[in-house]
Design a protein around this ligand. Structure first.
Ligand code: APR
Length: 243
């Protein structure tokens, strides 16, 4: 099916924590994942932040600091997706659930961080958003308005609206190929994208690349099991060779 794609066709790619695993970042739901040690209700909801901002800041400070660790770098899967965007004639829209910046660092530019970015902080008082790798506490003043108590990680918590859903929905509606990489397919709305793509006007071909079977695997035409650093470059090579 990939052989019959036209080089001007639109491709939508969804990524999750699995693509960054081989760069040294943890996934969420694997046995050694983040949610095995932390409770979502304590660190990843607006209510948690209102109840205990210090705890929520410590959780995100530790994850933000990792982005500054020279050992954490984009891997072959991130680089392959950047190469696909650069060399495919049609639009390649990359939608990531990841709050890390590894796609950005690999060179992907047509990129939506639907769950926000951990390297950015936002002031709930003045709305200022800026990229900043530094620890936050409930007392940290905002550099823009000077008020304390309003800075939060610019990420989307459970119960909040993911970013750019209109643009993502329009692209899925018109894509000929939808690829899901390294996501367990348990968190909506992202988990529903394959359904939207499969039944869109183009009858998009749907490919999943993941280490193991997921809840949404049966929805894909082609579900390949393995490491992202192997499966993603192979798929990108096949796509670029097909045109
Ligand atoms: N290559 C490919 N897939 C991998 C690899 C790898 N090297 N390592 C792990 N995986 C797979 C796992 O098998 C799992 O199915 O990646 C998936 C990761 O799933 P989750 O931990 O659930 O992460 P994700 O799907 O991104 O979570 C979605 O949940 O908690 C929220 O906001 C958070 O954005 C996150 C959302």
């Amino acid at each position: 099916m990939i052989d019959t794609l036209k080089k001007t066709d639109r491709i939508v790619i969804l990524t999750g924590a699995g693509i960054s695993k081989e760069s040294g970042l943890e996934t969420f739901r694997d046995p050694d994942g983040i949610w095995a040690r932390h409770s979502i209700d304590e660190v990843a909801t607006p209510e948690a932040f209102a109840r205990n901002p210090g705890l929520v800041h410590r959780f995100y400070n530790a994850r933000r600091r990792l982005l500054d660790d020279p050992a954490i770098q984009p891997n072959a899967a991130h680089h392959a997706l950047a190469a696909l965007e650069a060399n495919w004639q049609g639009e390649v829209l990359l939608v990531t659930q990841n709050v890390d910046d590894l796609h950005d660092r690999a060179g992907s530019r047509n990129l939506i961080h639907m769950h926000g970015e951990i390297a950015k902080i936002r002031c709930v008082f003045c709305g200022d958003v800026r990229r900043q790798i530094r620890d936050l506490s409930p007392d940290t003043p905002c550099d823009a308005c000077g008020r304390s108590g309003g800075l939060r990680p610019d990420v989307v918590w459970f119960g909040e609206m993911p970013r750019d859903m209109d643009r993502i929905g329009a692209a899925i509606e018109d894509c000929a190929l939808f690829v899901s990489i390294g996501t367990s397919g348990t968190v909506y709305p992202a988990a529903g994208f394959v359904h939207e793509a499969r039944y869109n006007d183009r009858d998009a071909h749907c490919v999943e690349l993941n280490l193991e079977e997921t809840d949404t695997s049966p929805m894909f035409h082609d579900s390949r099991k393995g490491r992202a650093t192997e499966l993603v470059p192979a798929l990108v090579d096949a796509l670029l060779a097909s045109t």
